[in-house]
Design a binder for this molecule. Structure first.
Ligand code: GLU
Length: 297
């Protein structure tokens, strides 16, 4: 039987902090405990915010932490045509529509407090029912647009294709237990599948790449738990294999906020410069113990 394959998939739009260290070490330890292959994937489709310097620094930080990964590293910005093929498939199924709404417009119409898995206000369906003429007029005028998934149609089609409700398997690496839960993408509305500035989105690229790279176990933080609903839907529609999922705990700051690059939480490289060792980072991330037992999944 072939080996399981795990990955760590950072976006090089800032410096790695302790939260990333937890995610990277968690995935790497779990891969080792399973006798799995381990990959790093650079998720840099947001070409306005991602930079080669950040990527180089990330890889150097990860090597310093003791991670070992297979070469070559996949860089999403080099594979836009691949994502476009999947985009075309979804379009041919009649599941995509152009949405010209700006962030401001969406925020003005959204229900306050309702947030989607991308952290944006939950899309209230603006522009879903534009006439063909209106779409054409706006396109001819050069208005930028995103492509959104018609969620209702997509769910109905996926159900027809698979004959059952969507689910996902969550593996607890401590106990080895697998729990099958319902995936409920309907609650996230018409997700963005291609952005104005790139012919792809996180949701599309992540499912395409996980399948292409043969990822058997997706390990990532609980902040991406909600996104799994959308990923299972896309996997079903595109006929991609279903990986297992493990969503690990997050590191929160004193105010209960998740650490983030944009809040400039302390970079690993700064900790390193202050004399903190990789073993200290493990302790600080609450990972002083490696996964002891080897488990099958
Ligand atoms: N690139 C995503 C991030 O940095 C992670 C995606 C994933 O693991 O599915 O948050």
């Amino acid at each position: 039987m072939s080996k399981p394959v795990l990955r760590f998939a950072p976006s090089p739009n800032g410096a790695l902090h302790l939260g990333h260290a937890l995610s990277a070490l968690f995935s790497h330890d779990m891969a080792r405990a399973m006798g799995a292959r381990f990959l790093i994937r650079i998720e840099d489709i947001d070409i306005a915010r991602c930079r080669a310097e950040y990527e180089a620094r990330m890889l150097s930080d990860l090597a310093w932490l003791g991670l070992e990964w297979e070469q070559p590293v996949r860089r999403q910005s080099e594979h836009f045509e691949t994502y476009e093929q999947s985009l075309r498939k979804l379009d041919a199924m009649g599941l995509l529509y152009p949405c010209f709404a700006s962030r401001k417009e969406i925020a003005a119409h959204a229900t306050p407090g309702q947030i989607d898995p991308d952290g944006a206000p939950l899309y209230p369906g603006l522009h879903k029912n534009l006439t063909q003429e209106e779409v054409q007029r706006r396109r001819d005028a050069g208005e930028p647009f995103a492509l959104r998934l018609d969620m209702e149609k997509a769910i109905a089609l996926a159900r027809g294709q698979s004959g059952k409700a969507l689910t996902f398997d969550e593996l607890d690496p401590e106990s080895g237990n697998i729990e099958t839960g319902a995936a409920d993408p309907a609650r996230w509305g018409d997700a963005v599948i291609a952005r104005k500035e790139a012919p792809a989105s996180y949701h599309l690229c992540v499912v395409v790449d996980d399948a292409l790279q043969g990822i058997t176990h997706v390990t990532r933080g609980r902040d991406l738990y909600a996104a799994t609903d959308i990923h299972r839907l896309l996997q079903t529609l595109l006929g991609l294999p279903e990986p297992r999922y493990t969503h690990h705990r997050l590191i929160l700051d004193a105010s209960g906020r998740k650490l983030s690059k944009s809040h400039k939480d302390k970079a690993l490289s700064s900790l390193r410069a202050e004399g903190v060792s990789p073993a200290d980072v493990r302790r600080m991330a609450g990972l002083s113990r490696k996964f002891r037992r080897s488990f099958r999944s």
